[in-house]
Design a protein around this ligand. Structure first.
Ligand code: RIB
Ligand code: CA
Length: 319
């Protein structure tokens, strides 16, 4: 039996790749997608998601617009330098038909799917955690209906990317992240420590461009993303943050250091705002699980740097 997955995201170049990866993965069934403000406004992210679903021939999946602002704080600017003004690399893609958006708002869709797939629904969170925090606050009984939550976000021992201390998804809404990481459901955190080295390169994109429609789409939208990352990495390449988290969810990528840790989110107004303070002090004795841990944190992978090859293979062979 396939596993039902709800994706909450801010589509976004790497979100789009993650969605395509999941849609090409027979192990999981994407049963709904909710969007949140982050890389672009939540509504634009939902329209971008529709473009991805049309490409995949999966317009049957409901897409619901979620929070346009953080849970409590003032919003940060959208990440247009990273993902382009339209969130998809300003590649001139045709816009989607807004009438295809689900009539429900994100919280309603999360609630409906949690009841339809009670105890089995897995959530993959690829953007700010606003929708999930609002859903938990609206109905704490949601928590036991969810099998687990896999979050692309945070930085354990690595530097942040939105600020020196904070990873973008957490930085967009630290208060929401604090709620979600300690809600009591099983949480897996896939932080920058493991996502930054998983690089789609120009060689990968050349292979994708020679493949089918999906491959060409990924190569096209990755162009802008590589331009952004070139000065950071010293070469044109694109870290696959969100697709890596998706692959941890499917089990294709296996973490080798994966302890249950206490993780707190810094919600103050100083320079560490949005930091995920992970208690990694156990590293000198093999990173054991902690009795008061609230998140299982991927600190290292069994095959570091190998994911992009597998990703390209899966996408190039698909459509
Ligand atoms: O820090 C990387 C994350 O921020 C990814 O989810 C990317 O899409 C942005 O949302
Ligand atoms: Ca994202």
């Amino acid at each position: 039996m396939t596993v039902p997955v709800l994706v909450d995201c801010d589509t976004g170049i790497d979100d789009a790749v993650a969605l395509l990866y999941l849609l090409a993965s027979p192990e999981v069934d994407v049963v709904g997608i909710t969007t949140v403000s982050g890389n672009a406004p939540a509504r634009s992210c939902a329209l971008n998601t529709l473009r991805v679903l049309a490409l995949a021939g999966r317009e049957d999946i409901p897409v619901a617009v979620g929070a346009e602002r953080p849970f409590l704080a003032e919003p940060l600017p959208h990440s247009s330098a990273v993902h382009g003004g339209d969130g998809m690399g300003d590649a001139g893609l045709a816009s989607a038909d807004p009438s295809l958006l689900d009539e429900r708002r994100a919280l309603r869709l999360i609630d409906d799917l949690s009841r339809e797939h009670e105890g089995r629904l897995r959530i993959l969170a690829l953007g700010a955690l606003t929708n999930l925090a609002l859903a938990v606050r609206a109905d704490p009984a949601l928590v036991p209906r969810i099998a687990d939550v896999v979050v692309m976000g945070g930085a354990a021992d690595a530097p942040g990317n939105r600020t020196p201390a904070a990873e973008a998804n957490i930085a967009h809404d630290p208060e929401a992240a604090a709620v979600v990481l300690s809600a009591g459901w099983p949480v897996t955190l896939v932080p920058l420590d493991v996502t930054m080295p998983e690089l789609l390169t120009e060689e990968h994109c050349a292979r994708l461009a020679e493949a089918g429609e999906v491959g060409r789409f990924v190569a096209t939208i990755s162009d802008h993303y590589m331009d952004f990352y070139a000065p950071i990495l010293g070469r044109r390449a694109a870290p696959q943050h969100d697709a890596l988290a998706a692959a941890v969810l499917t089990g294709e990528v296996v973490p080798s250091v994966f302890p249950l840790l206490r993780v707190e989110v810094e919600c103050g107004s100083g320079p560490a705002r949005g930091a995920t303070v992970c208690d990694t002090r156990g590293r000198y004795r093999g990173s054991p699980d902690q009795a008061d841990g609230n998140c299982r944190v991927a600190l290292a992978l069994e095959r570091p740097g190998a994911f992009a090859d597998a990703l390209v293979e899966r996408l190039a062979a698909w459509r």
